[in-house]
Design a protein around this ligand. Structure first.
Ligand SMILES: Cc1cc2nc3c(=O)[nH]c(=O)nc-3n(C[C@H](O)[C@H](O)[C@H](O)COP(=O)(O)O)c2cc1C
Length: 143
């Protein structure tokens, strides 16, 4: 069975809801979803999964959360995501998604293979947003 690691950070629960919906899509597609918060994630274990979804809301001024996510992503890229199937997702509020565009570019530069454009949802995901997360999970599991 394929194993999909879903690593996320969420301050107020919006990105967590996305991560949970994504995990639901992975399971519906017949794969195993390993849902873990960034602070608990070990890069080597995450890299051992068949595919990886990373979730983080827009923080700071259009950047990743800096205490847990930023060092985790730097570590992951340093260890090597080359050829790895990846999906990025996260919630935002007032921005235009610059944090996600920068994140996509960073993962592509590190050699990651994004299965879809970064999935962004405004604040709390509604049914449409949750459906898009589930679809992304299915896509990761299928890829
Ligand atoms: C400290 C802080 C910085 C933020 N910076 C941005 C930002 O640069 N751009 C943006 O669109 N939203 C920003 N937001 C809004 C969050 O991205 C938004 O509330 C999101 O839904 C939070 O997701 P979460 O519930 O998963 O933590 C910021 C929120 C906080 C608390």
């Amino acid at each position: 069975m394929k194993k999909i690691a879903i690593v996320y950070w969420s301050g107020t629960g919006n990105t967590r809801a996305m991560a949970e919906a994504l995990a639901g899509g992975v399971k519906d597609a017949g794969a195993e979803a390993v849902l873990v918060e960034t602070s608990q994630a070990k890069p080597d274990e995450v890299l051992a999964a068949d595919a990886i979804a990373l979730g983080c809301p827009a923080m700071g001024a259009e950047v990743l959360e800096e205490t847990d996510v930023e060092p985790f992503v730097a570590d992951l890229c340093a260890k090597g995501v080359s050829g790895k199937a990846l999906a990025l997702f996260g919630s935002y509020d007032w921005g235009d998604g610059q944090w996600m565009r920068d994140w996509e570019e960073r993962m592509k530069t590190a050699g990651g293979s994004l299965v879809a454009p970064g999935l962004t949802v405004h604040l709390e995901p509604d049914a449409v947003g949750l459906g898009a997360c589930a679809d992304l999970g299915k896509k990761l599991a299928a890829g």
